[in-house]
Ligand binder design. Sequence first.
Ligand code: PMP
Length: 390
Amino acid sequence: MKLSKRITQITGGGSDGWDVFYRARRMIDAGQNVVELTIGEHDIRTHPDILAAMDRAAVSGRTGYAEVPGSFALRDSVAARIAARTGVATTRDNILITPGGQSALFAAHSAVCDEGDTALYIDPYYATYPGTIRGIGARPVAIQAHAANNFQPKATDIAAVAKGATSLLINSPNNPTGVIYSAETLADIAGVCIQNDLWLISDEVYDTQIWEGDHLSPRALPDMAERTLVIGSMSKSHAMTGSRIGWVCGPPDVIEHLINLATHTTYGVPGYIQDAAEFAIAQGAPLEDEVSAPFKRRRLLTLKALEGQNVVRAVPVQGAMYVMLDIRATGMSGEEFANALLDAELIATMPGESFGKAAAGHIRVAMTINDEAYVDALNRLVAFAKSHAS
Ligand code: PMP
């Protein structure tokens, strides 16, 4: 039977640089002792206090159908958190609770793009971006942010393809590069959006992982709140990846339509997960800091491990749980390096090429194993690179 183009073309087909990842998985399944530095998943689990809140909610009966847009209490607390962090007046009417940031990305693009519309996104990009855009029937167009510019996108590059496009998706703090977009970059992006009447979809799921400089939400820039949809998630901030809870924050009329979308797709997020998220947010910054602390520590360990050599250079590690390493001095592509490192040292990393063309010649390292094993892996990675330097 024939399947729809929409569903069969989500991935775009072809080799997408994920071969190393799948090979590492097979090696692990076969019992090999592979050091796993590929995936953005904390090495700690959800905090026991959050789990206790989840349990209390479930036992008290929050296991039936829950509020489709999210409970008033949770939407209020997400709105208050956003207002406090950004200074932009935000109420529950600006918030739709979704099953994770991924679902929020899908919803946000559904809200603004029609079939065949052009949806822009920045390369290097989080792996699902082009597929999410294809999944709602729009046409993904990548704009490269260059290594030479520390992966900050340039307004001129965006403006060059913005005419006639519908939306622009950005992500800061950025996965995979670990870069935070500067105030200047974001002001330039806002300018291009206003000039070209683009929706801005701002993926801010790493907003609690800020190591250098400030995270600025572009929704707070002049005249941007009316054209910005912010993607948020409890996955990274509260180590709740498996609970599947996030949100879209945007103008109330958009949220109203997205509630209709939720009614006809997800039918909301389980009530006990919503209540646990509300509890987690109420714990404030101390809990967020506790969850992000290991990455903050390992970022410093990374910089230390890279000292005294220049074969492996880190892209400025400003935020998120990753470091992007420039390994071009070895003469290898990111894919060649990651494959060779996996074979020689049993260390699995992601080739830059898995995240688009712009990060070729780089590898992404997730700082997601215990400190000692992490430093050991980095030291071996550097020694391996040095032995291959041309
Ligand atoms: N955006 C970015 C940039 C991500 O890295 C991820 C997950 N790795 C997501 C969105 C989606 O996360 P979730 O659906 O778990 O909220």
